[in-house]
Write a protein that binds this ligand. Structure first.
Ligand code: GCO
Length: 485
């Protein structure tokens, strides 16, 4: 039934494109779809669908000691021996701090309409609390103006992992006081940029920050343990709720306020008979521990006892706030099996045999995106949703013309966009898509060896070179439609 209605949309669109010739002409001119019979076969997105791209401050900005920026946990972590592949750091990253105008131009040339970037808290408040560093805010001011001049909506995210080290020294996300620190910072940033930036993202992937940064220790600040992990989740939820309420009060209806979660369906390795409890537990930790308090004002049942030890009365009321949108970051499913060594008694296993993999060995499972979007529709009241990250690492394959001809990335993006179209067709309130990511950048513990960009960055000269996927994405935006092949 569902599948039939998806095909119906696809065929309708194909016929329309063939009759009007618009999409066909554009695609052919681009030379993106070589095969003549595939040029007309596209799936259209709803009118006004918001196309864009996402990045994050520590991964691209560089200039870590410039204009009064204080150190972040990622500076400390990346400078600790053995933490990051090749000993890479974000000291220079993509030098976006100095080259932002060129990067905005790249977005504009591709026709992008929205840009989610993150604000580096230690640039704005070097000590994490107290004095505001005007020069730090000046940078985001210039960036915001440059975007608006090109007709690109700024979507600032207030926290994408680079916590001021000064706050970490006071316990960081394990200290409950951070709810107030974060809210003060959010108020300072929105007071400066909120006359022009309308869409505000509170946090990026709180469960990932908690699990990797405070549970297993593979990300900054490198803390470990089940308890610190859950504290970090809870205090991020609390900070988010407190900031949402405060911003709502000062901004009224001027702002669209939301947050971004990493949502990846958790499946049992080997099918439902074997590892179902493990997959449910991991689902509770990764997905539900942020979704349920925000949308339902409760903790996931499997973790209720744990959170009860951490939370105070009234916390859930503070966390359950209305949001104008939810950002979803999706990469693949998570395949879980019991693991007695795991913090929650679970561990990663393999995807079903034959599943394609990206360069980073992540399974390629576009239907997992449809699945998670359907869940938001059916279980969380169908909120307005934007895919705020989706993309893939593949090693660069340079074509005879010297350009990166990243057919794999194009295939990945296309398949996920078709999966998103299917969810829309089935009634999901999906309003936009921001690819991860504009530039090859600092991929956390993997350093620069991973390549997620639509644009290649020469690590010596910092020269930007658009890949084939950049042109492909530009044609998708222009046509508001995705070719089926
Ligand atoms: C993430 C991060 C990105 C990563 C991307 C690829 O939100 O997980 O936002 O910073 O680079 O996900 O791993």
């Amino acid at each position: 039934m569902r599948r039939r209605s998806f095909l119906k949309t696809a065929l309708k669109v194909t016929a329309a494109a063939a009759a009007g010739g618009g999409a066909m002409a554009a695609l052919t001119r681009e030379g993106v779809q070589a095969a003549p019979d595939s040029a007309t076969r596209t799936v259209a997105f709803p009118e006004g669908f918001l196309w864009g791209v996402s990045t994050s401050s520590y991964q691209i900005e560089g200039a870590v000691a410039e204009d009064g920026r204080g150190p972040s946990v990622w500076d400390t972590y990346s400078h600790s021996f053995g933490r990051i592949a090749n000993g890479d750091t974000g000291d220079i990253a993509c030098d976006h701090y100095h080259r932002y105008a060129e990067d905005v131009e790249l977005m504009a040339r591709a026709g992008m309409k929205a840009y989610r970037f993150s604000i580096a808290w230690p640039r704005v408040m070097p000590q994490g609390t107290g004095a505001v560093n005007a020069k730090g805010l000046d940078f985001y001011d210039r960036l915001t103006d440059a975007l608006l001049a090109k007709g690109i909506q700024p979507w600032p995210c207030l926290f994408h992992w680079d916590l001021p080290q000064a706050l970490q020294d006071r316990g960081g996300w394990t200290n409950r006081d951070i709810a107030g620190w974060f809210t003060d910072y959010a108020l300072a940033v929105t007071a400066r940029l909120g006359d022009r930036a309308r869409n505000w993202v509170m946090l990026n992937e709180p469960s990932v920050v908690a699990i990797f940064g405070h549970g297993t220790g593979g990300h900054a600040p490198g803390m470990t343990g089940r308890d610190t992990c859950l504290k970090a989740i809870h205090h991020q939820n609390l900070a988010q709720g407190t900031a949402l309420a405060a911003l709502r009060q000062v901004g009224g209806k001027n702002w669209q306020l939301g947050t971004v979660l990493s949502l990846q369906p958790s499946w049992p390795v080997g099918g439902l008979d074997s590892n179902y409890p493990a997959s449910l537990m991991w689902d509770a930790v990764w997905n539900r521990s942020c979704l349920d308090p925000l949308f339902k004002g409760r903790f996931p049942a499997l973790l209720e006892a744990d959170f009860a030890r951490i939370a105070k009365p009234g916390d859930l009321e503070r966390i359950e706030q209305p949001v104008d949108f939810l950002g979803v970051n999706y990469y693949s499913r998570m395949h879980q099996q019991p693991d007695p060594q795991g913090l929650f008694g679970t561990g990663y296993g393999s995807a079903p045999e034959g599943t394609r993999k990206t360069g980073m060995d992540w399974p390629v499972e576009p239907d997992g995106l449809t699945e998670i979007l359907a869940e938001l529709q059916e279980m969380y009241g169908n909120p307005p949703v934007y895919v705020t990250e989706n993309g893939a690492d593949y090693p660069d394959t340079v074509g005879p013309d010297g350009r990166v001809n990243d057919r794999d990335r194009i295939g990945y993006l296309r398949d996920h966009l078709l999966a998103a179209a299917k969810a829309i067709d089935e009634g999901c309130n999906l309003k936009g898509y921001m690819a991860w990511t504009l530039l090859d950048n600092f991929e956390w513990s993997e350093g620069y060896r991973r390549k997620f960009g639509l644009v290649q960055v020469d690590r010596k000269t910092m020269e930007r070179k658009p890949k084939a996927s950049y042109d492909w994405y530009a044609s998708v935006i222009r046509n508001n439609a995705v070719p089926l092949r």
